[in-house]
Design a protein around this ligand. Structure first.
Ligand code: DLL
Length: 432
């Protein structure tokens, strides 16, 4: 382990540490962030009313809209002279949001990411290729900092230039690949097409930044002949490294010395009991530049507080099934794109590839759902009849999973645009 004392800290001690940090954080934010002070004042709350984690539920929520309303630096809690880096995220809608880090924030970030790399088997002998985008997106530089911290040889390729990226992977002896799962899939396809799979030294894939199913994980593992791990994070809270799987692969450990997670009912805001599924909310405990209290992530998941077989005591979150704002309501039925992916990957194999796109529209006041799936080269050369048969099979499976009908279209190989970062799998024309 990278930080054994912290990673295995008994829960009672962890709670004490969190409580001390929370009290300080609330006091600091009350003094330095006008928007937070105003919300506290409106609730008739003073920093002295917060004596530890048990008082957390009294504090006001914060929202993505707060970041937009206070754009760019209005929520920062230090003087700008202390901020040594900013990152930004555009998200799916609206103006970008900006986050800032002090020198100490960057150190905490590197420490969290170093814990992740160490657990997943990377060390100073590893060659870590970072194929997350570098720039304002937190993925590239965030993963980079942790990989450097553990003394690995970092190969900062960023995204894009896929063929060269693969040549680099071969020539430089990459053993660990970090990217979005959808870019890993794209890389795997190109590796197959170039016929160079046996030239790779890859062992571990560390993927995240977007929802992906377990079936997608298996597909990528088989195609690249690696072990693939899931990591989670968001710019507002830090970037990659907020949570990551361990070798037990039974959820992602959230580094609770730095972040307190809660699960709430997204409608009422009520804190839900242990194990319930709801919206994930984070409070940052150590962030100086850009701290947040009870930040509504919109990600839907549950938390598991049982001790993990890896020995870590920090709580585990399960794979987010999607964001509450990604949920599609089609003819009154709630549909998560991940449910569609699950079905498609069950069928994927000889006939269809894991590349797909979901198109939602409204025609004559009726919602329509079309799912385009790329067929394999083998099927492309096949007779029409088996294409129709596969379309029908997928349609039936989708109907039984989603409870609504979808039109499935098998489309030509390589006709769906590949993603180098986060995949855009849903086109909701009702919103255009
Ligand atoms: O995606 C940070 C990151 C970079 C995480 C690299 C992991 C690896 P944002 O661009 O702000 O930050 O997007 C954050 O992406 O609220 C989730 O909805 C989604 N997300 C991130 N990781 C996962 C994951 C980065 N493993 C938003 N599974 C989050 C599902 C994920 N969704």
């Amino acid at each position: 382990m990278w930080n054994e004392k912290i990673e295995t800290m008994p829960r009672a001690e962890l709670k004490k540490l969190q409580s001390e940090r929370l009290v300080k954080q609330v006091k600091r934010m009350y003094e330095k962030v006008p928007c937070f002070k105003e919300r506290m004042d409106n609730l008739g709350l003073k920093p002295e009313d917060i004596n530890g984690v048990d008082d957390l539920h009294k504090l006001p929520f914060s929202y993505k809209s707060d970041l937009r309303d206070n754009y760019p630096y209005g929520l920062f809690a230090t003087d700008m002279s202390e901020i040594v880096r900013v990152h930004a995220s555009s998200g799916t809608t609206g103006k970008q949001i900006v986050v800032g880090y002090t020198e100490n924030d960057l150190e905490v970030w590197q420490d969290c990411v170093a814990r992740m790399f160490t657990e997943l088997g990377a060390d100073k002998n590893s060659f870590v290729q970072i194929s997350f985008g570098y720039g304002l997106f937190t993925g590239g530089l965030g993963a980079h900092g942790g990989a450097q911290k553990i003394g690995a040889t970092v190969i900062p390729t960023s995204t894009g230039n896929t063929k060269r990226q693969i040549q680099t992977m071969i020539d430089f002896g990459t053993t660990v690949l970090c990217s979005t799962p959808s870019y890993a899939l794209y890389l795997a396809e190109e590796i197959e097409a170039m016929g160079v799979k046996d030239k790779l030294k890859l062992k571990i894939g560390i993927f995240g930044a977007e929802p992906w199913t377990d079936d997608m994980r298996k597909t990528i593992e088989n195609k690249l002949n690696i072990k693939a791990y899931d990591i989670y994070g968001l710019s507002e809270i830090m970037g990659p490294g907020v949570a990551c799987e361990c070798k037990a692969q039974d959820g992602m450990h959230i580094w609770e010395d730095n972040f307190i997670p809660e699960i709430i009912d997204p409608e009422t805001g009520e804190v839900l009991p242990e194990g319930a599924t709801g919206e994930l909310v984070f409070t940052t405990l150590t962030k100086e530049g850009f701290p947040l209290i009870r930040y509504r992530t919109r990600d839907i998941c549950s938390l598991n507080y049982e001790k993990c077989s890896c020995g870590r005591t920090h709580v585990r979150m399960n794979k987010p099934s999607g964001r509450s704002d990604d949920m599609l309501i089609i003819r009154g039925v709630n549909v998560f794109p991940s449910q569609i992916e699950e079905v498609l990957l069950k069928v994927s194999g000889e006939n269809i590839t894991p590349n797909y796109q979901i198109i939602v529209d409204r025609v004559n006041n009726n919602d329509t759902l079309d799912v385009n799936v790329e067929m394999s080269e083998a099927m492309f050369e096949n007779e029409i009849i088996s294409i129709e048969k596969t379309e029908k099979q997928i349609t039936a499976m989708l109907r039984s999973t989603l409870g609504i009908g979808a039109k499935v279209h098998l489309v030509n190989p390589k006709s769906i645009e590949r993603s180098e970062g986060k995949a855009k799998r849903v086109i909701d024309k009702r919103k255009i």
